[in-house]
Design a protein. Sequence first.
Length: 378
Amino acid sequence: MTTPWGEYELARFPADPKDRLRAWDASDAYLLGHLAEEGVPLSGAVVVVGDRWGALVTALAAHRPYQVTDSFLGQEATRANLARAGAEPGTVRLLTTQDPPPERVDVLLVRVPKSLALLEDQLLRLAPAVHAGTVVIGTGMVKEIHTSTLQLFERILGPTRTSLARQKARLIFCTPDPSPERPANPWPYTYRLPEGIGPASGRTVVNHAGVFCADRLDIGTRFFLQHLPAGPGAGRVVDLGCGNGVVGTAMALADPGAEVLFVDESFQAVASAEATYKANGVPGHAEFRVGDGLAGVAPGSADLVLNNPPFHSHQATTDAAAWRMFTGARRALRPGGELWVIGNRHLGYHVKLRRLFGNSELVASDRKFVVLRAVKGR
């Protein structure tokens, strides 16, 4: 990536030489170019929100910015890209969306996320630190910036306008008004599950902003809940890509003797899973971990892995995450252990499972979804 501050070799995380997706896009370049062209002062507290793979903070590292991210993978990519650029450790202060925000923000740079709810939550959390002199600039591809995006900036921070498009990217300029009455932060959001979905029927779900289907039970998870493994003796269960944790919580309710590990690469998701689990007073032992899938789980230590893999990486459609999750599950399972997967019928996960496990059984299906079971050989 070529910027006014130099050229940088950037990669996503985990680095994959076969991955053709870049770790930056035109919106990152547009924002960095604008900062240099307009001579935006960067000597104060610079806060970068939603920097997907660390491109922005790597270019601005000399100004010691804060990075606020919901993504463990994005944070690891940032560390690797900073090291690649020769930045000293600690130059960029890495925060998660669950950490207390900085007390003062002089320059706020926002990479518009896919989730409008996550944007709302982060702007509301940062608003008390913004003052009348704060420079606020958002950036994103044209297809990512909608009228609702601009309205959110305006409602929370102050008058907002957009730039002309450049290489299908656009900037958002917001003039902070420190005096308006800001809305209360509606996140996290709590609701009750419907009846008829197994052991989780009528139970409480807690969702932090940005978690998939934050205000209701999505139809895929509902179908999965109706077809989970039955009976006691599940042993060590992993809710892989746990989201709000409703699947792992359902297993713990059905089998109080089970040990459940909730893992996701989203800090918001793992916080949601822990809140959901605790809200239901579930007996037994649970662990909550933010990480790169099952990379930190000991081989042969799991009896059952439950997985609803994502097939999007930001705006890109890809099966890379599913493939890595399935591979990690096979490594983490003991001989005879099982991986249960739900997915859209058209994704063809049964083909991948047969390649990895040598088997794939159809547990249940409807017009849109399939639940598949694969067993690790002994």
